[in-house]
Design a protein around this ligand. Sequence first.
Ligand code: DC
Length: 223
Amino acid sequence: MKTVAIAIDGPAGAGKSTIARAIAAKLGYIYVDTGALYRAVGYAVSAAGGDWRDEATVVASLPHIEVSLKHVDGVQRVFVNGEDVSDRIRTPEMSMAASAVSALPPVREFLFHLQQDMAAKNNVVMDGRDIGTVVLPHAEVKIFLSASAEARAERRRLELLEKGQDVPFEDVLADMKKRDYDDSHRAIAPLRQAEDAVAVDTTDLTLQESIDYMLKLVEEKLA
Ligand code: DC
C-alpha cells in the first residue's frame, strides 16, 4: 500500500503537536510526535542513573534502550523498555535533555529507522524538526510552522501551568530561546525549512484559526 505522509516541522511551541493531532484525526491518519522519541531517550538515560549531558554516557546507553510507540484511540503513547513514559517526558528538564541528546548523530540514527518504519506502514502526520528535510524528504505535504519566541513561550507557560507546573514566563522564554538556538545550530539535521515546505506563522492566529488554515492547506495539497 502506498502511504501518505504530512511533515510538520518548526520550533518548540509553534503549535505543531496540537495542529498535527487535529489534522491526523480529521484525515484518519496516525499522528507521530517525534520530539517524544528524543525525550524518551533523555528520560531513559536519566532513569538508568546516567547524565544526559554526557555524550559518552548517552551513546553507551543506546543498546539498552528500546523505544516504541503505540496508538490508543488515535493518541500516541511512548514506551521505554516497556514502561509508558508519555507523561514523565513532559517536564522542562526533559525538554533540555531531548534537545541535548538530539544533537548526537548516534541518537538520530537510532530513531531514524523507527520514524521511517512508522511512515512506511501508516498514513502519518509526523511532526518534529527534520521531518521534511531528513526523515521523510518525499512527504506529500510539508509545512514549516513558526511563531514569535514570546508567543511560543507564553503558550508553553500556560501548558505547563495546566499540568500544575508554575514556571515564570522569563524562564520559559530563556529555555525556549536556548533550545531554538541549539536546535538550529547543531551540525546534524538542524531545524530549518525544507525548500518545498509551505511556511505558516501562527503568532497572530488562535489555535482554531491555525487548525482551520492548515487543514485547508493540506486538503488543497492532497487534492
Ligand atoms: O518537539 P519537542 O519539544 O518535544 O522536541 C524535543 C527536542 O527534541 C527538541 O528540542 C529538538 C529535538 N527534536 C529533534 O531534534 N528532531 C525532531 N524530529 C524532533 C525533536
